[in-house]
Design a binder for this molecule. Structure first.
Ligand SMILES: NC(=O)c1ccc[n+]([C@@H]2O[C@H](COP(=O)([O-])OP(=O)(O)OC[C@H]3O[C@@H](n4cnc5c(N)ncnc54)[C@H](O)[C@@H]3O)[C@@H](O)[C@H]2O)c1
Ligand SMILES: O=P(O)(O)OC[C@H](O)CO
Length: 351
């Protein structure tokens, strides 16, 4: 990337929550690798809260999300979006999906017009039913070769601890994906490239919904057959939707599809799975919402994803059950009965 963009590249990461902090740290660690090759990468993290920003600048730690984890000493943070974005060649977005449009509108005057914008978010906008890259394209009026996404089995805590992980960097313009792959590659983070933006984004958004369903099953005390069934049929549902929207079927059996689904549905670190588990164990929705401090994207995105499925004639039975549990007072026990009593069908139907 540095070869294409000059010897010095500034990367702005907007959002200093769980994934924004971790991703900024990945890029800062990756920058150290390239210093030896004569390149300089500056990484600046924007956060809303001064206490978090100060802690990152003064002690290389984000105590709210990762107490005890030492971040790269070269990582700088600021509460000023203009400062973070000034001269940035790459702008990475890590805020909740439903606030992205509003955030981008505020940041737009400061985003350099020749920057590449990268979405880390795994959601679908309520109302517009747009994927995050589409929201970026609409608000910023950027061409598709300068909008990319990163997705995959990326539980932030593990990666903040520098445990090995892989991901997919997707952009319809392969050259952009390759440039970003180089910028984000570190000793413990291995990005692959893809040109299938639709498949990668739908895989990321859908795994949160299926993660909620698997969490509910876990909370109800159900076993591995049930969870494997939900994961597998969840992948079928994800693939049906993604392919209908133009994705390559193979993307959904890759890291941003099956890979992320497995990580999310099997890990107690997943906020979506944990949310579902609490509901399945008998807590009320209000209790679970009150206890959930971080973003569980599937709760809201389940609604927009279901609408997207309906608008495109795609059968989404698991998503429908999740929406009813999250938003229409269907109990986990009722959802289970409704799901199991659906009409029987071939394993493969639809696209
Ligand atoms: N945490 C992970 O393991 C992980 C991994 C991959 C992708 N993601 C995705 O990354 C996105 C961000 O998730 P996260 O884990 O960082 O969430 P988080 O809840 O940990 O952090 C969200 C950040 O956004 C800020 N924020 C909240 N509302 C805001 C608003 N209205 N305007 C501006 N900032 C706001 C919060 O203060 C916080 O700093 C989500 O789409 C998520 O699915 C998360
Ligand atoms: O904690 P979750 O459920 O948002 O999942 C985090 C990551 O998306 C896993 O890849």
């Amino acid at each position: 990337m540095t070869d294409q963009m000059g010897a010095e590249v500034k990367v702005a990461v907007l959002g200093s929550g769980s994934w924004g902090t971790t991703f900024a740290n990945i890029v800062a660690d990756a920058a150290d690798l390239r210093t030896a090759e004569g390149h300089k990468t500056e990484v600046v993290l924007w956060g809303r809260r001064a206490s978090v920003v100060d802690a990152i600048n003064e002690s290389s730690e984000n105590p709210d999300y990762f107490p005890g984890v030492t971040l790269n000493e070269g990582l700088r943070a600021t509460t000023d979006p203009a400062e973070a974005l000034s001269g940035a060649r790459v702008v990475v977005l890590a805020v909740p999906s439903q606030s992205l449009r509003e955030n981008l509108a505020a940041w737009r005057p400061h985003i350099p017009s020749d920057a590449v914008v990268v979405s880390l978010m795994k959601g679908v906008e309520l109302g517009s039913l747009m994927r995050m890259s589409q929201v970026v394209g609409e608000v910023l009026d950027f061409p598709e070769e300068r909008i990319a996404v990163v997705s995959g089995p990326n539980l932030a805590r593990e990666i903040a601890e520098r445990q090995p992980a892989t991901a997919v960097v997707a952009c319809p313009h392969e050259e952009t994906a390759v440039l970003l792959q180089d910028l984000f590659r570190s000793a413990y983070f291995r990005p692959y490239t893809s040109t299938d933006l639709v498949g990668v984004e739908i895989g990321g958004a859908m795994k949160n919904v299926i993660g909620l369903a698997v969490g509910v099953a876990e909370g109800m005390g159900l076993g591995d057959n049930t969870k494997a069934s939900l994961i597998t049929r969840g992948l079928a549902e994800t693939t049906r939707l993604a392919v209908t929207l133009g994705a390559d079927e193979h993307t959904l059996s890759g890291l941003a599809g099956m890979g992320d689904l497995v990580a999310t549905c099997s890990s107690p670190l997943s906020r979506n799975r944990t949310f579902g588990e609490k509901l399945g164990a008998g807590k009320t929705l209000e209790q679970v919402v009150a206890e959930t401090k971080q973003t569980a994207e599937g709760v809201k995105s389940s609604e927009s994803i279901l609408e997207l499925g309906w608008a495109n004639g795609v059968d989404m039975p698991i998503t429908e059950s999740v929406v009813k549990m999250m938003h229409h007072d269907l109990s986990p026990a009722q959802a289970l009965v409704a799901f199991m009593s659906r009409s029987t069908k071939p394993e493969r139907y639809g696209v």
